[in-house]
Design a protein around this ligand. Sequence first.
Ligand code: TYM
Length: 329
Amino acid sequence: MKRIFSGIKPSGRLHIGNYLGAIKNWLTLQDEYQCVWGIVDYHAITVPYDLIELEERVIDCAASYIAAGLDPEKSILMLQSQVKEHTELTWILNTITPIPWLERVPTFKDKAKQFSASLNMGLLDYPVLMAADIILYKADAVPVGEDQLPHLELTRKIVRRFNSTFGQIFPEPKSIISSGALIKGLDGKSKMGKSLENCIYLDETPEEIWKKLSTAVTDPQRIRRNDIGNPEVCNLFSLHKLFSTKDQINYVNNGCKTADIGCLDCKRILSDNISNELAPIRENLIKLKNNNDYLRDVLNEGIKKSKEIARQTMYEVYDKIGVTYKFLK
Ligand code: TYM
């Protein structure tokens, strides 16, 4: 069975960008592949963070995975920092990764500006840790949102360099991109992101969702109710395409172009549809949040299983890079 690795940084509550760009796709893949879903906490600590909150975020992330439908009986749910092989393999990959490859990564350039006062090696090395996450499990495919594609391209380059330097052991992982590959925030400008105040979170109530949507940016040219709109430039229309039925999408599309419906009418339909799709996730999350024992058992079991795979890979790596010193045996 082919293998998949993907993960989410526990740096904030999960939002519909994570859901549409990643998790929703993961649900369909868990039957076809052997999947490892990571909570990648060592990536989360590359920017300033709150120590107490980190633990809550990890628990929240595990709960969100299961609440959204990931089945711990079918896949492995693991916590990156607890499988030391991730950082061990990162070190080895560091020795074959040219620094300019890392300096060119778009997210590094962005973070270097955003965190200029606390720019650290972890931010530069971020994609190498990500490459280690993936190839430690010899993953054939990685389902992610579009923002992660430069990281995956770099992973493939590192794999090619490792295989050609030391001998073929790693497959070149391909990316799997969902239809919600790049969800913009409610401001209609930047990517929806955990650290930005532009998200709809997975655990929000219908009232909270409506409150946020009612002030969300639509077609900027449509100022008055009677102005005709252009759905193709409206961020909320792209959400309709992911949450609404075909008939509703046609209704909104035509109604907006003819000004038969106003932005609030369009938002009401979208708000109801998002609330309905998130309702079971929110209910599951409430139940799971009172069940830390279960979440701990799932993660402990996942850590154990992922360690077994990781150890196997590392034995092969030690052998290839020449650190299986015979005189010590
Ligand atoms: P992270 O935590 O930023 O996001 C997790 C997943 O959610 C997707 N995503 C989005 N998709 C569409 N629209 C959005 N607005 C949006 N925001 C987030 C991301 O594309 C991602 O799939 N570096 C990774 C975590 C990581 C990882 C890995 C992923 C570490 N190691 C190994 C895959 C394989 C990250 O920061 O994702």
